[in-house]
Design a protein around this ligand. Sequence first.
Ligand code: GYE
Length: 330
Amino acid sequence: MKFKKIAALAATAVLTVGIFAGCGGASQQTSSSNSSSKKKVIGFAQVGAESGWRTAETSSIKEIPKLDPNFELKFSDGQQKQENQIKAIRSFIAEKVDIIALDPVVETGWDTVLKEAKNAKIPVVIVDRNVKVADNSLVTAFLGSDMEEEGKRAAKVVIDKFGKDAKLNIAELQGTVGSTAMIGRQKGFNETIKDCPNYKIIKSQTGDFTRAKGKEVMEAFLKSDGDKINVLWSHNDDMAVGAIQAIEEYGKKPGKDIFIVSVDGIKDMFKLMADGKSNGIVECNPLLGPQLVETSKQVLSGKLKDKIVHTKEGVFTQDQAKKELPNRKY
Ligand code: GYE
């Protein structure tokens, strides 16, 4: 009897998510069920759907009503545009959601809208990428990865392979300019290679975290400096997947002629690693749904344990990638 009730509740929750899942941009999203009146509503303003990592994060967030039927989810896809995310937050405020969860495309430009949320007494939890605001009380909690640490780990993969004294020409594919994932990873990497006098970043450009752009930018890198590049450092896997195609089309062997390291840990990259086409993965865990449930419960009960929660993650070499591949969930 009890089980049936829970199943029915979960089904309602899934249906509600389904309604919102189809809504693009910052379109108005109104609650359609009266059975949900006692549920706590989380309004989630997502970045977009630019990468495998993002798709995995979105699926994990959409699991929330199944993980805990006391929660309802309103989901908005910002299509990589800050203005869409700001509109979505304003809709969430108008709809009087209980918590606003924001995964911000870039770090700055949030002060005004987060002040509006604060005035409406709606707590804001920042997820994955971070924000920079003048008044820290605008943010109740942050949960996500330590991006600077990821950049440091990526640099260590290169140093472990070549040593500090090697002469290396590095090409860098940057993520979305102004995002925490790009700023942190670049800073961590650059700081770590300061100890290596002959490591040179000879190319550096954004590929906006997508496969298509990663391929396009790598093609341009190869065209001008194809024979000089020894290492590709990509701020995410998807851009590296695109770049690997570009390297093959150029007639070189990715993973051999050019050493490759990237961040995320999506299945496609594990496959390429197992095939010897890439050399190092720094993991960034996108499965943030369960953590957001936990943090939301703490926020709503007034018992927040940690204002900042960093996700635990690892690093994989080719051999480890082969072993890990069957276990990958995203
Ligand atoms: O690494 C990339 C995505 O913010 C951690 O965004 C995230 C990054 C992730 O597009 O693939």
